[in-house]
Design a protein around this ligand. Structure first.
Ligand code: PEP
Ligand code: CO
Length: 459
């Protein structure tokens, strides 16, 4: 089979696949909807609404991810653990975008290669939970599963799985997407004006000063080049893609579409859906759904995954070894990565399988404090990322990106970092309803660490 044949074959879904064929498998982490007719009415309405992204954007991202697999790009994927409908506001969206743009500027400058920017937003509304129910003071209610399913308040009314929320999630994703697209098309990401990305409340940060020195240097080079060559349009805008955990399969199915000139099925709710660690079983509903769509896809890989489990998963999700198709996001924890990662890297390399390896240094480092906060220590996050680079270098593989939970808001959710936040600082501005996120300084510090690590391995 030639490379071209293989590309053609990869456009057709497997013969026994349909957007609904996941319903024949066990689907973990789904809510219980009381009224099947009400659910069917909502999904029918959703299936008639316009998609949020287009198939050609999806294919452009797949191509860019194929380049990242070859080491020609670096992936920066980040955003909230879970978006909420109430945070679908101008400042929250633009501040998050600002942090991601600043980080990507640090990375482009330091890595000397294009950075692929993928937001964890415009659809990140469903959350896996460790228990189906939650009990408080003797009262047991369904767990909060994200705004696309139910509400966070601890009342029977809020916790009921409400199919109308499927429509609301689509609408809030569209509002977010529309604003991000307008900002980017309107010149917000223009390299001539990086001051647009400044966050008012970080003026006195020592890292902000280092960042500004770098920006001033870039501005000088830009003016110098444009003096020689004239205005360079590609500095005025950037590409930005979206991603979310495609957990709630009724929602994903309703947005799985065929389009006129590209064969096959696309999930047009997002460019880059991923399978979470808890729903990645080979015979489960999520793997069944994902194997038939043409999007580039990712899978979270936790510390208990063995090569015997990972290789069949790669076969199921990318049987043609298509470039750009499959990203593996390892999330092992600072304490576990040295033990868990090397055997997986060796197995995938030995089999000659094409994947993009990405590190999520957040989800293996979650802990609870004595005063009841779910937090992560910045030292553990940094430590895992630091080790990830070294372990890949030793295995002869490449760490091609990072996956982070972060926000542009002034939060105190992760301990440590430039301001050395302590356990008692957490209560000052702990806003996350789910996992703790990096704040601006902690995010920028990680971007700088990535640059230092890559300089170390290049030198
Ligand atoms: C997440 O990304 O928020 C998440 C739940 O991750 P994981 O599936 O890796 O636990
Ligand atoms: Co999370």
């Amino acid at each position: 089979m030639t490379v071209n044949d293989r590309r053609l074959r990869a456009t057709e879904p497997p013969a026994d696949w349909m957007p609904s064929s996941w319903q024949r498998r066990v689907a973990l982490q789904q809510p219980h909807y009381e009224d099947a007719t009400e659910l069917a009415r909502a999904t029918t309405q959703l299936a008639a609404l316009p998609p949020l992204v287009t198939s050609w954007e999806v294919l452009a991202l797949k191509q860019a991810l194929a380049e990242a697999q070859e080491g020609e790009r670096f992936l920066l994927q980040g955003g909230d653990c879970a978006e909420s409908f109430s945070d679908c506001t101008s400042p929250v969206i633009s501040n998050r975008l600002k942090v991601l743009l600043q980080m990507s500027l640090v990375l482009v400058h330091g890595l000397k290669k294009p950075v692929l920017r993928v937001g964890r937003f415009a659809g990140q509304y469903a959350k896996p939970r460790s228990a189906d129910n939650e009990t408080r003071d003797g009262v047991t209610l369904p767990s909060f599963r994200g705004d696309v399913v139910n509400g966070p308040a601890f009342t029977a009314e809020a916790r009921r799985a409400d199919p109308q929320r499927l429509i609301q999630a689509h609408a809030h994703s569209a509002l977010t997407m529309n604003f991000v697209r307008a900002l980017i098309d309107g010149g917000f990401a223009d390299l001539h004006h990086p001051e647009y990305w400044d966050l008012a409340w970080v003026e006195h940060s020592p890292l902000a000063a280092e960042y500004r020195r770098m920006v001033a240097g870039i501005g000088d080079s830009l003016r110098f080049m444009e003096t020689l060559a004239g205005p360079i349009a590609s500095f005025s805008r950037v590409d930005f893609f979206t991603s979310h955990e495609a957990l709630l399969l009724h929602y994903e199915q309703a947005l799985t579409r065929q389009v006129p000139r590209n064969p096959g099925w696309f999930n047009l709710s997002t460019h880059f859906p991923w399978i979470g660690m808890r729903t990645a079983a080979l015979d489960g509903a999520h793997v069944e759904y994902f194997r038939g769509i043409r999007n580039p896809i990712a899978v979270k890989v936790g510390p208990s995954v063995t090569p015997e489990q990972l290789l069949p998963l790669i076969d199921a999700l990318n049987p043609q070894d298509e470039p750009g198709r499959l990203t593996l996001i390892h999330r092992m924890g600072n304490a576990g990565i040295a033990r868990a990662l090397p055997t997986l890297l060796d197995a995938v390399r030995r089999e000659g399988r094409r994947v993009l390896w990405v590190a999520d240094p957040m989800h293996g480092n979650t802990e609870s404090t004595s005063n009841g906060y779910k937090t992560r220590r910045f030292d553990n996050i940094r430590g895992e990322l630091d080790q990830a680079f070294d372990i890949h270098a030793a295995a002869g593989t490449r760490l091609g990106g990072v996956h982070l939970e972060l926000t542009g808001e002034d939060v105190t959710e992760c301990m440590g970092g430039a301001r050395d936040l302590s356990e008692t600082d957490l209560k000052r501005a702990y806003k996350s309803m789910v996992d703790p996120r990096l704040n601006y300084e902690q995010s920028l510090e990680l971007a700088m660490l990535i640059v230092r690590k890559s300089e170390g391995s290049a030198g």
